[in-house]
Write a protein that binds this ligand. Structure first.
Ligand code: SF4
Length: 170
């Protein structure tokens, strides 16, 4: 059976920066996957020691300029930063979180990951633009990018039904 790495906040755990969980809209499928023992849950940020709640963080340029092209892979490569709204640079912790999550996926043989979209760690189709003004842009977070680089197929929570159909066909 293919195991699926999953953002822990999609399983009702209130681990997000604002102390909430994230609704997936696909609880029936997630319940079935859990009953099958298919899921490997991780919150990359909490796993490296971030508290909940914590300040919001966004992927930003190393200098003052906003740069719409920057995303998680640039943080992994040292070309961009993850900044908390307070201005604290948490890039190193985010890189460690990404690395640890890739290792966890490898240990469990996960070829798929379902991650919470929009997060600077877990976002897979969109993230925030670094302005802390609620502006989104297409892109991936740090952990999502690292998983993809490692060959794990990353799905957003809106794609759970599609992944379920794929897994059922295998
Ligand atoms: Fe959820 Fe990922 Fe944020 Fe943890 S880092 S709360 S798993 S979106």
């Amino acid at each position: 059976m293919d195991k699926v790495l999953i953002s822990a906040c999609l399983l009702g755990r209130p681990l997000r920066y604002n102390g909430t969980a994230k609704a997936s809209g696909a609880d029936t499928i997630l319940d079935a996957w859990q009953a099958q023992g298919r899921l490997v849950a991780i919150c990359p940020e909490v796993a490296v020691g971030f508290p909940t709640p914590r300040p919001p963080a966004e992927i930003a340029a190393l200098g003052d300029e906003l740069n719409a092209a920057l995303q998680g892979a640039d943080v992994l490569a040292g070309r961009a930063a993850v900044l908390e709204k307070t201005g604290r640079d948490v890039s190193d912790l985010y890189r460690r979180a990404a690395r640890d999550t890739v290792q966890l996926a490898a240990r469990h043989g996960c070829r798929h990951a379902v991650l919470t979209d929009g997060s600077p760690s877990c976002g897979s189709s969109f993230i925030y633009d670094g302005s802390f003004a609620g502006v989104t842009k297409a892109g991936m977070g740090t952990t999502a990018a690292a998983l993809r680089q490692a060959g794990v197929r990353v799905w957003a929570e809106t794609e759970i039904t599609a992944l379920n159909a794929l897994l059922a066909d295998q």
